[in-house]
Design a protein. Structure first.
Length: 366
C-alpha cells in the first residue's frame, strides 16, 4: 500500500467518533481514505451515519504527524499492515460489520488458511482444564488447523504453547499496540509465535492494554475462525464474551463439560444448556461439526460431471476445489448469480452432492 494512503487510513482510526464501520462507509462514499479528509462538509453530512458532529471531527483532524510516526514504527519493526479491502486481510473477519479497518501483524502466518480454530478459557485453569487443552490442541494437528487465541494467562497461553510444541501455526490477538506485550511474562512466548505464526492487533503503537480493549480484541478472535472452543470458564468469564460474539457471528461454538459444582466449568455447562455450544470430548467432534472429518492429506477429489454445469457453476466449483471453504459473499463475487437465484443454485449443487453447506454461510466441495 502507498504510504500516503496508509497515513490517511491510520488517521481515520485516530479521528474521534469515527469507528471502523463508519470509516468503511466514508471510504466507500468518498473513493479512498485521503478523499475523506478533503470532502466538503455538506457532502460528508449526507453520508449515512455521519452527522454534523462527526463531519466536524473529520474536517478538524490535524494530527497526521502521529500517523506518519506510526508508519515509521511499522517500517522499522517489519510489521505487516492488513487493510480490509486487500487480499491479505483475514477473509472470514472481513464479512463482519465491525471488523477493524486496519490490522497490524508481526509474523508469517497465512490468516486465510482453510482451517482456523479459536481456543479460549479461564486464566485460572485447573489440572483438568490444562489436560483437556493440551490433548485437544495436539489432536488438532492431524487436521492441520491453525490455533487462534488471546495470549492471556491460563488456557490461552497453554493453547499457544501446545500448538508451537506440535509444529502448528498459531495466532495471538492482542488488546494493545505491537510495541509491548501483555502480560509481560509472555514476551518470550510472543517471540516464538512470530517465528511460527503471527501476533495481531488493531491498535497502533503506544496503545496501553486497557481493560476496555480486550472485549474489542475478542471480536477479532471470534471473527477470523471457523469455530471456537471454550475450555473452562466461570459464569462471567471473558471467554464467554468471546463465545457470545462467536455465536452472534454464526460461528460454531464448542465447550468442554465439567462437574456441575466446579466454578470454572459453570460457564461451559451454561452455554451447553442454552444450546449455544456443542459438547465435545475431542478434536474429532470438532472436525465432524466443521466438515473436517476428511483430513487434507487424504481427501479425494470430487467426481464431477462438468457437462451438467453452467459457466457460473464451473467457476464456483473450480474455485472451491482450489481454495477450500468460502463464504457466500465470495460466491456472489465469483459468479454472476442474482440474489433471487443464488439460494436455488447453491441448493441444486448440494442436491447433486457437489458442494456442502456449513454454519456461517460457508460452502465447500464434497
Amino acid at each position: 500500500m502507498q504510504t500516503d494512503q496508509l497515513t490517511y487510513l491510520i488517521s481515520l482510526q485516530l479521528t474521534p467518533h469515527v469507528g471502523s464501520k463508519l470509516a468503511k462507509n466514508l471510504i466507500a462514499y468518498c473513493g479512498n481514505p485521503e478523499a475523506v479528509f478533503y470532502e466538503k462538509r455538506r457532502s460528508l453530512e449526507k453520508i449515512p451515519g455521519i452527522g454534523k458532529i462527526i463531519a466536524e471531527s473529520i474536517l478538524n483532524f490535524k494530527d497526521f504527524e502521529r500517523a506518519e510516526k506510526e508508519i515509521a514504527f511499522i517500517q522499522k519493526n517489519n510489521i505487516n499492515v492488513l487493510v480490509y479491502y486487500e487480499d491479505e486481510y483475514p477473509d472470514r473477519l472481513r464479512h463482519i460489520d465491525d471488523a477493524p479497518l486496519v490490522l497490524f501483524s508481526k509474523g508469517n502466518c497465512n490468516l486465510n488458511q482453510n482451517r482456523m480454530i479459536g481456543v479460549v478459557g479461564t486464566r485460572k485453569a485447573t489440572d483438568y482444564g490444562k489436560k483437556v487443552c493440551e490433548q485437544l490442541v495436539t489432536e488438532l494437528k492431524e487436521y492441520q488447523a491453525c490455533v487462534v487465541s488471546g495470549l492471556a494467562f491460563g488456557i490461552d497461553q497453554l493453547a499457544h504453547k501446545t500448538a508451537l510444541q506440535n509444529g502448528m501455526e498459531t495466532v495471538a490477538i492482542l488488546g494493545h499496540g505491537l510495541d509491548t506485550i501483555y502480560p509481560s511474562q509472555h514476551r518470550s512466548l510472543a517471540s516464538d509465535i512470530t517465528n511460527q505464526g503471527s501476533i495481531l492487533s488493531e491498535y497502533i503503537s503506544g496503545t496501553k492494554p486497557d481493560k476496555a480493549n480486550f472485549p474489542e480484541r475478542n471480536r477479532i478472535v471470534a471473527g477470523m475462525i471457523d469455530g471456537l472452543v471454550v475450555i473452562e470458564s466461570g459464569i462471567r468469564g471473558g471467554a464467554l464474551i468471546t463465545a457470545d460474539i462467536a455465536f452472534s457471528y454464526n460461528r460454531e461454538v464448542f465447550a468442554t463439560p465439567g462437574r456441575t459444582d466446579a466454578e470454572f466449568s459453570a460457564g461451559c455447562n451454561h452455554f451447553i444448556k442454552l444450546n449455544k455450544a456443542s459438547l465435545i470430548h475431542n478434536a474429532n467432534d470438532i472436525a465432524y461439526s466443521l466438515g473436517w472429518d476428511i483430513k487434507p492429506n487424504t481427501q479425494k477429489s470430487t467426481k464431477i460431471n462438468w457437462s451438467e454445469l453452467d459457466k457460473n457453476e464451473k467457476l464456483l466449483v473450480e474455485y472451491l476445489n482450489k481454495n477450500g471453504k468460502c463464504h457466500i459473499d465470495k460466491i456472489v463475487a465469483i459468479t454472476e448469480w442474482k440474489d433471487s437465484e443464488l439460494s436455488l443454485k447453491l441448493l441444486d449443487l448440494e442436491f447433486k452432492n457437489i458442494i456442502k453447506a456449513f454454519p456461517g454461510n460457508y460452502y465447500k466441495c464434497v
